[in-house]
Design a protein around this ligand. Structure first.
Ligand code: PLP
Length: 397
């Protein structure tokens, strides 16, 4: 008997669950884009975005998804023929490097595999090998959403400084922002980009590029088209320039409400909530793994994202489990991504639980209970007590 009717939990790593407050903020007539509530509201948004990003520097907003953000960032700091270095820990830095190549840049890649973080010594070696300082920017994902690794950013800044290498440190925080602690200025990040549909709890369609003084300096020799140029967008003389055209009106009302919610909770509390909820997920997986094939893709808990967890469960079981959960419980988990092997060409042996954005204890406990139920129903071997282990983490939080 399917028991899926009722409120669903879309636990895929983007788009994330949208709060009712955010949905309601969009339920309105089209606003005037020249004066009134909308322009007044947007003028006050940059300070809150800066607060979430931990920066006092500039931010430009684009009507784009994350892929658009990648191009926006690159277009403002480089020109065709320039070289960048991508630190790949899963899937997404490869995507960013691909975008660089399509823009005519030369992308070097250091691939750290799909089960671990950037190795700082290997990064330092790559910097040392670039004796002529041809690399203009280092591209790295704070969280790679496919492997669910959490890369440590500050050590990368330290390695750049130690090497005396002038490359910009550019970080993709699309999955991590407002989930995993991130402090742009304190960590010495030159450029950070993110998108609206993950920790920011807003529909897909807005990309944000934050840039510090060194990135602004790089802008001078870059060759962005007027549309991608971040100069007017970050310091508009009139409202139209913020978005290089008509504003994404309803996304902005949604984002305003999402920022209100983050401010009300406070960033420390937001990060703490994600920390405890992800620890509950990992405790359940560990208990299940005592008696079956299930395990977290990233072994070291210090290197795991607090926004999403990639989980291996044995060839084909991942897909079977996800399907069963959708049909029977109303929980939709993320697919395995970028984990293909010869034996498992579609990453069917993996799934991902998103615990990003508008999630709380009962949602995560519910998803874990549903997963345990699916393993029972499908006869997937697993250790006992996963949900109880998660409950103990939540109880002691
Ligand atoms: C989701 C995501 C992207 C891609 O964003 P789109 O909005 O789908 O273009 C890029 N990088 C990371 C780390 C992501 O999590």
């Amino acid at each position: 008997m399917p028991l899926a009717n009722g409120r669903e939990y879309l636990a895929i790593p983007g788009p994330s669950v949208m709060p009712d407050r955010v949905l309601q903020a969009m339920h309105r007539a089209a606003p005037n884009i020249y004066e009134g509530a909308l322009p007044d509201m947007v003028d006050g948004m940059a300070p809150d975005l800066r607060m979430v990003a931990g920066t006092k520097h500039q931010v430009a907003i684009y009507i784009a998804n994350g892929h658009g953000g990648w191009e926006a960032a690159l277009a403002n700091i480089a020109k065709p023929g320039d070289e960048v270095l991508a630190l790949c820990t899963g899937r997404f830095a490869h995507g960013w490097a691909d975008a660089a190549e399509q823009l005519g840049l030369k992308a070097h890649r250091v691939d750290f595999g799909r089960h671990g973080a950037v190795d700082v010594d290997a990064f330092a070696a790559a910097l040392a090998a670039d004796t002529e300082h041809k690399v203009r920017a280092v591209l790295v994902c704070h969280v790679d959403t496919a492997s669910s690794v959490l890369n440590q950013i500050k050590p990368l800044r330290e390695a750049l400084d130690a090497a005396g290498h002038p490359a910009l440190l550019c970080v993709d925080c699309i999955a991590s922002l407002a989930c995993d602690r991130f402090e742009m200025d304190a960590w010495g990040v030159d450029l950070m980009l993110t998108a609206s549909q993950k920790g920011l709890m807003t529909p897909p369609g807005l990309a944000f590029v934050f840039f510090g003084p060194r990135a602004e300096e790089a802008r001078k020799r870059a060759t962005p088209s007027k549309y991608w140029d971040w100069t007017e967008r970050s310091r508009p003389e009139w409202f139209y320039q913020y978005f290089g055209g008509t504003a994404p009106t309803h996304h902005l009302f949604a984002l305003r409400e999402a920022l209100n919610m983050l401010k009300e909770e406070g960033m420390e509390a937001v990060w703490d909530r994600h920390t405890h909820l992800s620890a509950a997920v990992w405790a359940a997986v560990e208990a299940w793994g005592q008696g079956g094939p299930i395990c977290c893709n990233i072994e070291d808990p210090k290197l795991r994202s607090h926004a999403v967890t990639a989980i291996g469960i044995g060839k084909e079981n991942g897909t079977r489990l996800r399907r069963w959960l959708i049909e029977n419980t109303g929980v939709t988990l993320g697919i395995g991504l970028g984990m293909a092997t010869e034996d498992d060409p579609n990453s069917d042996g993996f799934f991902r639980i998103a615990h990003m954005g508008h999630v709380n204890a009962h949602m995560v406990l519910g998803a874990l209970g549903a997963i345990e139920t699916a393993m029972i129903a499908l006869g997937i071997d697993h250790g006992r007590g996963g949900v109880e282990a998660a409950a103990r983490v939540i109880a002691s939080a």
